[in-house]
Design a protein around this ligand. Structure first.
Ligand SMILES: NC(=O)C1=CN([C@@H]2O[C@H](COP(=O)(O)OP(=O)(O)OC[C@H]3O[C@@H](n4cnc5c(N)ncnc54)[C@H](O)[C@@H]3O)[C@@H](O)[C@H]2O)C=CC1
Ligand SMILES: CC(=O)C(=O)O
Ligand SMILES: [Mg+2]
Length: 371
């Protein structure tokens, strides 16, 4: 199979879909790999590294899209990239379709088959291709939140760890999965007073067993959430219902109960965000003010640490990329029900129910698509 990897074009996105190591393994499996010139530079990989791994270099993205059977990327295809997708081509990347009707329409019109990293599952109920980027975004969240809290950025002027004689910042993390746990660990490590809210009692038992004493947990009832949000200097949004639009857990009205200059970091923004007032921002212009509350809502946070993120993502995607290339997507998905869960679009039809529900569109079962 010919595997193509274009340069990412989302603003300030420096990750790349394939590392030289991934290219090397694909070539060793008998595939040919076509990388767009300069695609890896932002993550510290030169074209020569890919050539040494056995890949070919393409001068531009159109060449990659025209020649490849499978496109491996990081971010959802941007409008110009969607125009280059075609029938029978396989797209393997993050999609986040539930909050994105435009992208969904274009993918359906292209006739391509699209497997979304964020809905591939594992046998423990986890999301193995989302997890590495959730680890990164979770660890970044308190860091960007601390920056947002600085006066020059419109924040309240509170130091995460406080100082002797002055108490620390209070941080509420809504959602105690991968993002939430990593965010809570780092915020606590910075000295903040941290509480994680979740609706899963087993998850909170786990967090309490492992991190009790480092941060607290609280059941995410509307009342507890409202109380902790009102007391917080920083609120981190980290909920997920896989594939679905994020539930709105904090309304605009509730902002008036918050402290002026408090920071919201809505990591869940790629699924639409869990604050009513969230709208996606970019690394170029990451924060905005609503009623005196500073919002940070960057939908590709891991792009800020592109080298760490690219390697972490590549470690997770490589076995799936190889299975898709070796067997073809239908057989690979038939052999692995967890990979089949990643199928979101095939030949003009949606194949992921939570996306169809969020967008009010028809869906066919993924099992039907692989027949
Ligand atoms: N902005 C960015 O750059 C990035 C965003 N993300 C996003 O972060 C979000 C979280 O991802 P993960 O932590 O990997 O998901 P996860 O599945 O590990 O954790 C989600 C948690 O939310 C909890 N939850 C669900 N509904 C809830 C509710 N109503 N109230 C409280 N808790 C609730 C679940 O019980 C679960 O523990 C996702 O939307 C993901 O796509 C991930 C990486 C990068
Ligand atoms: C998960 C995701 O959206 C990202 O890494 O950008
Ligand atoms: Mg994203």
């Amino acid at each position: 199979m010919k595997i193509g990897c274009p340069k990412e074009i989302k603003p300030q996105e420096f990750r790349v879909g394939m590392t030289p190591n991934a290219a090397h393994e694909a070539v060793a499996h008998g595939h040919s790999v076509l990388i767009q010139a300069g695609a890896g530079v932002g993550a510290g990989f030169a074209d020569e590294d890919y050539i040494a791994a056995g890949a070919e270099i393409a001068g531009n993205a159109s060449d990659v899209f025209a020649k490849a059977d499978m496109i491996v990327k990081v971010k959802e295809p941007q409008a110009g990239e969607r125009k280059m997708l075609r029938e029978c081509q396989l797209l393997f990347t993050y999609l986040h379709l539930a909050p994105d009707p435009e992208q969904t329409k274009d993918l359906l019109a292209s006739g391509c088959t699209a497997i979304a990293y964020e809905t591939v599952t594992d046998r423990n109920g986890g999301l193995p291709l989302l997890a590495p980027m959730s680890e990164v975004a979770g660890r970044l969240a308190p860091q960007v939140g601390a920056w947002t809290l600085q006066k020059a950025n419109g924040g309240r002027g509170v130091l995460m760890g406080g100082v002797p004689g002055v108490g620390p910042a209070r941080v509420a993390v809504i959602g105690g999965g991968v993002v939430g746990t990593h965010a809570a660990r780092i915020a606590a490590g910075m000295g903040a007073d941290v509480t994680v809210l979740d609706r899963s009692l087993p998850r909170m038992r786990y967090l309490d067993d492992v991190y009790g004493g480092t941060f607290k947990t609280s059941y995410a009832s509307a009342g507890n959430t409202a109380e902790l949000v009102a007391e917080a200097d920083m609120v981190i949004g980290a909920v997920l219902i896989p594939g679905a639009a994020a539930p709105k857990l904090v309304t605009r009205e509730q902002l008036s109960s918050m402290k002026q200059g408090a920071a919201i970091v809505d990591v869940a923004i790629d699924q639409g965000g869990c604050f009513e007032t969230s709208k996606a921002t970019t690394h170029e212009d990451p924060i905005y003010d609503v009623d005196g509350i500073m919002h940070y809502c960057v939908a590709n946070m891991p792009g800020a640490v592109a080298r760490t993120s690219t390697i972490a993502l590549g470690n997770a995607t490589m076995p799936f990329m190889l299975a898709l290339a070796d067997k073809g997507w239908k057989q690979a998905c038939a052999d692995d029900p967890h990979l089949l869960e990643g199928l979101n679009v095939h030949a003009g039809k949606l194949t992921y129910f939570a996306v169809g529900k969020a967008l009010g569109m028809d869906v066919i079962s993924p099992q039907l698509a692989i027949k």
